[in-house]
Ligand binder design. Structure first.
Ligand code: AMP
Length: 408
């Protein structure tokens, strides 16, 4: 089945056309600066290895979808004759609140519920709604499926998702742990479970999605029992520009000392903290690692090392606490931009975890870089397997969409 996977942001729309019978991506691209001057589409036709770009006014997401259709069906850059060759559209949706514990066919009722999730992730949800409505406008008869980043985490028990605040805030405002990156955690934990020599119900896996945004999840028997992100994607480990978990009392303390509003401190914790806040130089782990590689003479060396050491320390703590929560551990998986590519971070995290049965194969770890397949980086005798598994959220979205549409 040919599925068009759409990831709509507030001024961008990424897309991939995936054949779910072969898992092959035939085309992909991005529309940028939607609703602004200078909007453009960048499109790749994978089989022919062709790339193109066009500047074209796109006032909204419906205009962007028209451009996507134009390029998918283009005689030279396209890969289909017309849109009848696409059976359905699958959308990435960042936050489904507690309404959605799985992927779902889009209906007016579903869109009404999604509107209610706006408060949890305002920018993303508004963008997704624009993307969905843009598709509806130009292809009203095409089935659309919504795949939520929060859905995989809905299996957590109340003791993992309720905060010890007055209970009425959970009841009145839905304040609880939701978790993020669920589609990625679901994909890599599923791939990892297939590699373990035991039934899925018996597997205990910690998945470390470490990128610009990072989250760590405990997956027991194929179900999430805990995850590091919380009510918002600010929680958990240190990230590119986000602080992760801190003592909550620091927030009013800094507000008072620096005379900041709630919005200002929120901005600092989300955009000026993490790697950027510690190093003062960059949020990008490549820059941070380069500063470390330049050696102690480099003025940024110490802060860069501190930034990575903080992240290492936190990831270790999550692995340990999640092994305790699951009463065991079969595998640890690294994924996303940093997890898939940072040889240094993986080595730092896995060092001194022999007590846990984690023994890293340093040579295998060095070779696991920009690989497209799952790669084992633990020693053969290691009680806990450690793998690098490239994430593929688009494939999960395409597969869920195909499964839902086939059952119609
Ligand atoms: P993501 O959010 O998953 O796209 O990941 C983005 C992060 O991955 C950025 O901090 C990048 O610097 C990081 N990244 C990508 N390639 C590498 C690499 N070769 N070594 C270290 N970090 C990398």
């Amino acid at each position: 089945m040919n599925i068009l996977v759409v990831n709509a942001g507030s001024s961008s729309l990424k897309y991939q056309l995936i054949d779910t019978t072969t898992d092959v991506v035939s085309a992909k691209g991005i529309c940028e600066r939607i609703g602004m001057d200078g909007s453009l589409i960048e499109h790749k036709q994978i089989a022919k290895g062709l790339k193109t770009k066009e500047l074209s006014p796109m006032k909204d997401h419906a205009d962007a979808m028209k451009m996507v259709v134009k390029y998918l069906t283009d005689a030279e850059y396209g890969c289909i004759k017309d849109m009848n060759e696409i059976q359905a559209i699958g959308h990435r949706v960042v936050h489904g609140g507690a309404f959605f514990s799985g992927s779902i066919l889009m209906t007016e009722d579903v869109l009404e519920k999604l509107e209610l999730c706006r408060e949890f992730a305002p920018l993303h949800t508004v963008a997704h709604l624009m993307g969905i409505r843009g598709c509806l406008e130009i292809m009203p008869e095409k089935p659309q499926v919504l795949v939520f980043d929060t859905a995989f985490h809905q299996t957590m028990a109340p003791e993992a998702y309720i905060y010890a605040l007055p209970y009425e805030y959970y009841e009145k405002y839905g304040i609880r742990r939701y978790g993020m990156h669920g589609t990625s955690h679901r994909y890599v934990s599923g791939e990892m479970a297939k590699l373990l020599d035991k039934p899925v119900e018996d597997t205990k896996i910690v998945t470390c999605h470490i990128g610009n945004g990072s989250s760590i999840t405990a997956v027991k028997g194929g179900k999430v029992v805990d995850t590091s992100m919380g009510f918002t994607p600010l929680a958990g480990v240190e990230m590119g520009t986000r602080c992760g978990d801190i003592d909550p009392a620091i927030v009013p303390y800094i507000m008072d000392k620096e005379n900041l509003s709630g919005a200002q401190i929120n901005d600092i914790m989300n955009k000026k903290s993490g790697f950027l806040g510690i190093t003062g130089v960059s949020s990008d782990s490549r820059d941070v690692e380069d500063a470390i590689a330049a050696g102690p003479e480099n003025p940024n060396y110490e802060k860069a090392l501190l930034a990575v050491n903080i992240l290492k320390h936190q990831i270790k703590k999550y692995i340990g606490s999640y092994a305790a929560v699951m009463n065991g551990l079969d595998a640890v998986v690294f994924t996303a931009g940093i997890g898939e590519n940072s040889i240094m971070l993986r080595e730092m995290v896995c060092e001194d975890l022999e007590f846990f049965g984690i023994e890293l194969d340093k040579d295998a770890n060095k070779l696991a870089f920009r690989r497209s397949e799952a790669t084992k980086i633990s020693k053969d005798g290691s009680r806990v397997s450690v793998y690098v598994i490239p994430t593929n959220e688009e494939l999960v979205i395409a597969r869920d969409t195909a499964a839902i549409v086939s059952a119609l």
